[in-house]
Design a protein around this ligand. Structure first.
Ligand code: G4P
Length: 304
């Protein structure tokens, strides 16, 4: 399936965006601003494996002072120890943060509790002014593929196909009832992915946040193997039955290809096939629960 956003990696470390044109971004932004005016609490969804790379810096500006819950989704695929570090990091920043597995359902209760908790001061103000209380309203925001539709469907107890990513497609506002006086906007706010640096771009590609057809596989897989060799050497060796890892990621990739029998005529490793196999295994969590963003690598917001 094609995402609405795409980044092309060119050899030599350059990448460019081919699909999120300024017009798309402006439209998405306007729509989110409009929808945010309707809600009391915002939910920002990011990928727990890459919470920094899968956020959009614009979100905090758009949300402004509105109460917000940061949901680290796909936590089932993330390294638990690193996930805990991220949770501690966000808490020191005063953020309300929840780890979640929208596919499996873990975290739903905590999320509903957090929404009510963050909305409580507003409800108290309404009550103090003698106003009739309406439902607390919330919205889910995030870049494509972080699991927005999966979470909406999970909260709504329904099992339907993905809603469209394209902003502005739904006419009229639909609210999903989440329980007593709690409503969720059926259309998530879709933002563009972080585009400022190569490190985030490769991680977004590795996790599947951007379309496979448009990035340079070699760049993404060599960076992925470098990260896995550094932080998860045992998982990498176990998954592909390797006795050793090489300093040059390309040599490790070739060895993986050989071990897995990805060979073309003349005994040469079918490198494209090997890339695809590694990527599939990573995305499906077969190499293990792996995080690519780590709080300790960031200095003043940029990867070091
Ligand atoms: P979006 O609306 O933000 O674009 O994301 P969407 O819900 O479509 O989810 C993108 C992919 O991520 C889907 O996989 C979905 O199943 C998966 N996903 C969402 N939340 C979680 C989670 O908490 N844990 C795990 N492991 N996966 C999650 P897909 O391969 O596109 O579809 P499918 O094979 O699941 O049908």
């Amino acid at each position: 399936r094609q995402n609405t956003n795409s980044i092309v990696f060119l050899k030599g470390g350059i990448f460019m965006i081919i699909n999120w044109f300024p017009g798309h971004m402006a439209k998405a932004r306007r729509l989110i601003e409009e929808n945010l005016r309707l809600v009391d609490v915002a939910i920002e969804l990011v990928d727990a494996r890459i919470p920094w790379s899968s956020t959009n810096p614009m979100i905090s500006k758009l949300i402004n002072q509105k109460p917000c819950i940061l949901v680290l989704n796909k936590s089932d695929l993330a390294d638990k120890a690193v996930l805990d570090e991220w949770i501690a990091y966000y808490k020191t920043q005063g953020r309300t943060v929840i780890a979640m597995d929208s596919k499996g359902g873990a975290g739903v209760k905590q999320l509903l509790g957090a929404i009510r908790q963050l909305a409580a001061p507003k409800l108290a103000r309404w009550k103090a002014r003698g106003l009739k209380t309406r439902s607390v309203r919330t919205i889910i925001l995030g870049i494509p593929n972080v699991g927005k539709s999966t979470l909406i469907n999970r909260l709504a107890h329904r099992n339907v196909a993905k809603t469209a990513d394209r902003p502005g497609e739904t006419k009229g506002k639909q609210w999903v009832h989440l329980g007593d006086k709690l409503e969720l906007l059926d259309t998530p706010g879709v933002l563009w992915p972080k585009l400022e640096n190569q490190v985030s771009a490769y991680r977004l590609a590795a996790t599947g946040a951007i379309s496979d057809t448009v990035f340079d596989m070699e760049t993404v897989i060599t960076q992925l193997i470098t990260a896995l060799s550094t932080y998860y050497p045992e998982q990498l060796k176990t998954r592909f039955k390797l006795d050793e890892l090489f300093a040059d990621p390309f040599e490790t990739i070739e060895l993986i290809g050989r071990k897995r029998g990805c060979i073309i005529s003349g005994g040469v490793v079918d490198i494209e096939k090997t890339y695809k196999m590694i990527l599939k295994d990573y995305r499906e969590g077969k190499i293990g629960a792996i995080s690519l963003d780590r709080p300790d690598e960031f200095d003043e917001g940029e990867p070091s």
